[in-house]
Design a protein around this ligand. Sequence first.
Ligand SMILES: [Zn+2]
Length: 414
Amino acid sequence: MVNIASLREYLDTQLPAALDMLRQMVGINSYTANRDGVNRVARLTAESFAPLGFSAEFVPCTNPAWGDHLVLTRRGSSSKSIALISHLDTVFPPEEEVRNNFHWQPEGNRIFGPGTHDIKGGSVMMWLLLSALRTHAPKVFEAVSWKLIWNSSEECFSPDFGDVCLRHFDRGTLAALVFEAEGRVGNQRMMVVARKGRGTWRVTVSGRGSHAGGKHAHGVNAIVQLGQTVQRVAALTDYSRSLTVNVATISGGTVLNRVPHEAMAEGEFRTFTPEVCAQAKAGLLAMAGRGEVCSPADGLACEVKVEILTESRPWPRNPATDGLYMLWKQAGDDLNLPVNCEERGGLSDGNLIWDAVPTLDGLGPWGDNDHCSERSPDGSKLPEFVEVTTFVPKAMLNTAAILKLYESSEGRER
Ligand SMILES: [Zn+2]
């Protein structure tokens, strides 16, 4: 166990450098589609971690429109390895940042700006805790092989980042720690121990177009059919099983004097377990086939087509993650920082890796309003921000917990 007072004092002295690193990262637009910007953040990140002894590898994304993933490695003297995971991209196009005057903006204890919270604040948290380990637990810092892996396109469900992680994890990696933001309930810091999986779907209805005045009965109205089908899609939602099915967009028809021959809706579904995911998918696909809306003239019915567009698997609650969570909780007890856990609806890179390596998420600082760039004069809309005073306590918690993780692995080897 490190000396808590001296660790806090050290982190306090490092915070200005960390915030300056964050300012530089936030100053570079890294919207997923801004390939150059993402690559610039990757280079800046590699330069920032180089003084800690990390060497950089830039791994091209299989989607050539997006920037490179970044892998930083520091070889340790033992066989123990720990992976830290973050991402380079944000959801804000450069034009939107300009339009909403959304940039690095400290205000009291908050710093507003694109990516301050999701997730550049988390990347800086990695630097803080590694710096703390180097000075306060140099034996552990030197013994561990550190793998720091940044996704270039997390916000767009990167096609290959899971593979990049699996290729770069060392054998017997003790943990993959994901630096998405922590949750807060009262004074409790919430670690993320599970995340929902997500599927996206499209329903397309084909009917038969006809003249709405002269041949209305000949028409087979695709919109009327879709209206009925989406009711049934929405009804698949089952909160008791944490299954949500969202009907998100709808379109159809062309001009007002025509019975519409086509209509389409799209949406997504989310849940925590593979079983419920599979049931939701089956429920959606079962809606395909002949519809009930048909032509009064000759009985021709609508045809309903259902497609599953994408599937991101869930990260269910599991013993390996719970084992890590207990270390963070114990470290919180030692530091007098209450720690709890939550199962979150949004995806992260944790969904891609949890069954390969014990995974824990939510190691970042606290902030709010992720993915929002707007500010209204009455303050009812505020953009993304990170809270400055959450960096040091969270860095202490992460540092102390990683030391526990290292110690517990020593125990296993003896
Ligand atoms: Zn994120």
